[in-house]
Write a new protein. Structure first.
Length: 101
């Protein structure tokens, strides 16, 4: 990470454009933030933003995968509503366009 923190806006934009945020990337951002502050990650800072985006992406993929593995005749309206709720909370245009297919 070279000690340079990505702006929160960049993290959000990249996630919206379909770039996944990995746990190693989150850890690197948190380490850089801790090095800069000398105390640890900043509440609401880039590391917290990266972790929140990562968690939303992972939760969405896990939940959508569970629904996708069901036989089509077993997918309920509740399943579809759940996918839609998670989709809205996940900042990823790639996921949104994939679901539109």
């Amino acid at each position: 990470m070279d000690g340079v923190l990505p702006p929160k806006e960049l993290l959000i934009t990249e996630a919206a454009d379909g770039k996944p945020i990995t746990q190693p990337a989150v850890s690197a951002i948190a380490a850089a933030e801790s090095d800069m502050t000398g105390r640890g990650p900043i509440k609401g800072g880039p590391a917290a933003t990266a972790q929140a985006i990562h968690d939303r992406q992972e939760n969405f993929l896990a939940m959508a995968g569970d629904v996708a593995r069901k036989p089509p005749q077993e997918v309920t309206k509740e399943d579809a509503a759940k996918v839609q709720r998670f989709e809205v909370r996940t900042p990823n245009r790639a996921i949104h366009s994939w679901l539109a297919c």
